[in-house]
Design a protein around this ligand. Structure first.
Ligand SMILES: C[S@@+](CC[C@H](N)C(=O)[O-])C[C@H]1O[C@@H](n2cnc3c(N)ncnc32)[C@H](O)[C@@H]1O
Length: 168
Protein backbone atom coordinates (compact mmCIF):
# COMPACT_ATOMS: atom_id res chain seq x y z
CA UNK A 1 0.00 0.00 0.00
CA UNK A 2 1.47 3.36 -1.01
CA UNK A 3 0.20 6.66 0.30
CA UNK A 4 1.35 9.77 -1.49
CA UNK A 5 2.03 12.75 0.72
CA UNK A 6 2.70 16.16 -0.71
CA UNK A 7 4.36 17.52 2.41
CA UNK A 8 5.88 16.12 5.60
CA UNK A 9 2.93 14.63 7.42
CA UNK A 10 2.04 13.28 10.81
CA UNK A 11 1.05 9.69 10.23
CA UNK A 12 -0.64 7.40 12.70
CA UNK A 13 -0.34 3.75 11.64
CA UNK A 14 -2.25 1.01 13.40
CA UNK A 15 -1.01 -2.55 12.95
CA UNK A 16 2.43 -1.45 11.91
CA UNK A 17 3.95 -2.15 8.52
CA UNK A 18 6.06 0.92 8.00
CA UNK A 19 8.54 1.40 5.21
CA UNK A 20 11.62 3.45 5.88
CA UNK A 21 11.59 5.48 2.66
CA UNK A 22 8.14 7.05 3.12
CA UNK A 23 8.67 10.83 3.40
CA UNK A 24 6.99 11.51 6.71
CA UNK A 25 7.43 14.17 9.34
CA UNK A 26 6.31 12.02 12.26
CA UNK A 27 5.16 8.42 12.40
CA UNK A 28 3.39 6.77 15.32
CA UNK A 29 2.69 3.03 15.17
CA UNK A 30 0.34 1.08 17.44
CA UNK A 31 -0.21 -2.67 17.68
CA UNK A 32 -1.44 -5.26 20.17
CA UNK A 33 1.79 -7.14 19.50
CA UNK A 34 5.45 -6.35 20.03
CA UNK A 35 6.85 -3.90 17.45
CA UNK A 36 10.53 -3.95 16.53
CA UNK A 37 12.10 -0.47 16.84
CA UNK A 38 12.50 1.54 13.67
CA UNK A 39 14.58 4.70 13.52
CA UNK A 40 12.47 7.81 13.18
CA UNK A 41 9.21 6.21 14.31
CA UNK A 42 7.49 6.19 17.69
CA UNK A 43 5.66 3.02 18.71
CA UNK A 44 3.04 1.99 21.21
CA UNK A 45 3.40 -1.80 21.30
CA UNK A 46 1.10 -4.08 23.30
CA UNK A 47 -1.63 -1.46 22.92
CA UNK A 48 -5.26 -1.88 21.98
CA UNK A 49 -6.42 0.98 19.75
CA UNK A 50 -10.00 0.56 20.96
CA UNK A 51 -8.95 1.12 24.59
CA UNK A 52 -9.54 4.73 25.78
CA UNK A 53 -6.22 4.70 27.67
CA UNK A 54 -4.39 3.89 24.39
CA UNK A 55 -6.31 6.63 22.61
CA UNK A 56 -5.16 9.07 25.27
CA UNK A 57 -1.54 7.92 24.80
CA UNK A 58 -1.90 8.32 21.02
CA UNK A 59 -3.11 11.88 21.45
CA UNK A 60 -0.27 12.66 23.86
CA UNK A 61 2.36 11.15 21.52
CA UNK A 62 1.24 13.03 18.40
CA UNK A 63 2.72 16.50 17.79
CA UNK A 64 0.08 18.95 19.01
CA UNK A 65 -2.17 15.90 19.47
CA UNK A 66 -3.00 15.79 15.76
CA UNK A 67 -2.38 13.46 12.79
CA UNK A 68 -2.66 14.19 9.06
CA UNK A 69 -3.17 10.56 8.10
CA UNK A 70 -4.51 7.47 9.88
CA UNK A 71 -3.61 4.13 8.28
CA UNK A 72 -5.05 0.87 9.54
CA UNK A 73 -4.03 -2.62 8.56
CA UNK A 74 -5.60 -3.95 11.77
CA UNK A 75 -7.33 -7.29 11.73
CA UNK A 76 -8.69 -9.39 14.58
CA UNK A 77 -7.57 -12.99 15.03
CA UNK A 78 -9.81 -14.76 12.54
CA UNK A 79 -12.17 -17.34 14.04
CA UNK A 80 -13.03 -18.73 10.64
CA UNK A 81 -16.67 -17.74 11.11
CA UNK A 82 -16.98 -15.16 8.39
CA UNK A 83 -19.79 -13.04 9.82
CA UNK A 84 -18.24 -12.82 13.28
CA UNK A 85 -14.80 -11.96 11.90
CA UNK A 86 -16.42 -9.32 9.68
CA UNK A 87 -18.22 -7.76 12.65
CA UNK A 88 -15.00 -7.62 14.72
CA UNK A 89 -13.24 -5.95 11.82
CA UNK A 90 -16.03 -3.37 11.42
CA UNK A 91 -15.89 -2.65 15.18
CA UNK A 92 -12.14 -1.96 14.86
CA UNK A 93 -12.74 0.37 11.91
CA UNK A 94 -15.57 2.20 13.70
CA UNK A 95 -13.30 2.81 16.69
CA UNK A 96 -10.90 4.50 14.27
CA UNK A 97 -13.66 6.75 12.97
CA UNK A 98 -14.28 7.81 16.59
CA UNK A 99 -10.56 8.28 17.16
CA UNK A 100 -10.32 10.39 13.99
CA UNK A 101 -12.76 12.82 15.59
CA UNK A 102 -10.17 13.45 18.33
CA UNK A 103 -6.88 13.41 16.43
CA UNK A 104 -7.36 13.95 12.68
CA UNK A 105 -6.72 17.41 11.26
CA UNK A 106 -9.39 19.01 9.03
CA UNK A 107 -8.68 17.80 5.49
CA UNK A 108 -6.99 14.66 6.85
CA UNK A 109 -7.09 11.13 5.45
CA UNK A 110 -8.11 7.77 6.91
CA UNK A 111 -7.30 4.48 5.18
CA UNK A 112 -8.66 1.30 6.76
CA UNK A 113 -8.65 -2.34 5.82
CA UNK A 114 -11.79 -4.41 6.27
CA UNK A 115 -13.27 -7.75 5.38
CA UNK A 116 -16.33 -7.04 3.28
CA UNK A 117 -19.75 -8.12 4.57
CA UNK A 118 -23.17 -7.00 5.72
CA UNK A 119 -21.92 -4.16 7.94
CA UNK A 120 -19.59 -2.58 5.36
CA UNK A 121 -22.26 -0.16 4.22
CA UNK A 122 -22.75 1.06 7.79
CA UNK A 123 -19.05 1.84 8.07
CA UNK A 124 -19.06 3.50 4.66
CA UNK A 125 -22.02 5.65 5.74
CA UNK A 126 -20.21 6.75 8.90
CA UNK A 127 -17.15 7.68 6.86
CA UNK A 128 -19.27 9.60 4.37
CA UNK A 129 -20.65 11.71 7.22
CA UNK A 130 -17.16 12.85 8.22
CA UNK A 131 -15.20 12.86 4.95
CA UNK A 132 -15.80 14.59 1.61
CA UNK A 133 -14.64 11.61 -0.45
CA UNK A 134 -14.82 7.89 0.38
CA UNK A 135 -13.47 5.35 -2.09
CA UNK A 136 -13.45 1.55 -2.01
CA UNK A 137 -10.10 0.03 -2.96
CA UNK A 138 -9.16 -3.52 -3.82
CA UNK A 139 -5.37 -3.50 -4.35
CA UNK A 140 -3.93 -5.85 -6.97
CA UNK A 141 -1.93 -7.54 -4.23
CA UNK A 142 -5.17 -8.59 -2.50
CA UNK A 143 -6.38 -12.02 -3.65
CA UNK A 144 -9.58 -11.81 -5.74
CA UNK A 145 -11.34 -14.49 -3.70
CA UNK A 146 -10.51 -12.70 -0.42
CA UNK A 147 -13.10 -10.39 1.16
CA UNK A 148 -10.27 -7.99 2.03
CA UNK A 149 -10.75 -4.45 0.81
CA UNK A 150 -9.96 -0.89 1.92
CA UNK A 151 -11.89 2.31 2.45
CA UNK A 152 -9.94 5.43 1.61
CA UNK A 153 -11.60 8.46 3.20
CA UNK A 154 -10.21 11.86 2.22
CA UNK A 155 -10.77 15.47 3.25
CA UNK A 156 -11.91 15.09 6.84
CA UNK A 157 -14.68 17.53 7.77
CA UNK A 158 -14.93 18.00 11.53
CA UNK A 159 -18.57 17.94 12.54
CA UNK A 160 -20.23 20.18 15.07
CA UNK A 161 -21.16 17.74 17.83
CA UNK A 162 -23.76 18.28 20.54
CA UNK A 163 -21.11 19.05 23.16
CA UNK A 164 -19.52 21.68 20.91
CA UNK A 165 -22.90 23.33 20.45
CA UNK A 166 -23.56 23.30 24.18
CA UNK A 167 -20.27 25.00 24.96
CA UNK A 168 -20.67 27.63 22.20
C1 LIG B 1 -2.97 -8.36 9.30
S1 LIG B 1 -1.93 -8.00 10.69
C2 LIG B 1 -1.05 -6.67 9.98
C3 LIG B 1 0.27 -6.49 10.59
C4 LIG B 1 1.24 -5.64 9.79
N1 LIG B 1 0.59 -4.56 9.10
C5 LIG B 1 2.00 -6.50 8.81
O1 LIG B 1 1.76 -6.38 7.60
O2 LIG B 1 2.83 -7.27 9.26
C6 LIG B 1 -3.11 -7.30 11.77
C7 LIG B 1 -2.53 -6.67 13.01
O3 LIG B 1 -3.58 -5.97 13.67
C8 LIG B 1 -3.27 -5.94 15.03
N2 LIG B 1 -4.45 -5.61 15.81
C9 LIG B 1 -5.63 -6.26 15.85
N3 LIG B 1 -6.50 -5.67 16.70
C10 LIG B 1 -5.85 -4.59 17.20
C11 LIG B 1 -6.21 -3.59 18.15
N4 LIG B 1 -7.41 -3.58 18.73
N5 LIG B 1 -5.30 -2.64 18.45
C12 LIG B 1 -4.07 -2.64 17.86
N6 LIG B 1 -3.67 -3.56 16.95
C13 LIG B 1 -4.55 -4.54 16.63
C14 LIG B 1 -2.76 -7.37 15.30
O4 LIG B 1 -2.01 -7.44 16.47
C15 LIG B 1 -1.94 -7.64 14.04
O5 LIG B 1 -0.59 -7.33 14.24
Amino acid sequence: MYVEMTRPAHVFDTACSLEQDVPTGFVLGVDLLHIFPLEGAVFLPHSDVTDPSTQKKIQEALPKGKADVILSDMAPNASGIRDIDHQHMIALCLSLVDLARCVLVPGGTLLCKLWDGLESRRLQKRLTQDFTEVRTLKPQASRKESSEMYYLAKSYRPQCFKNDAASA
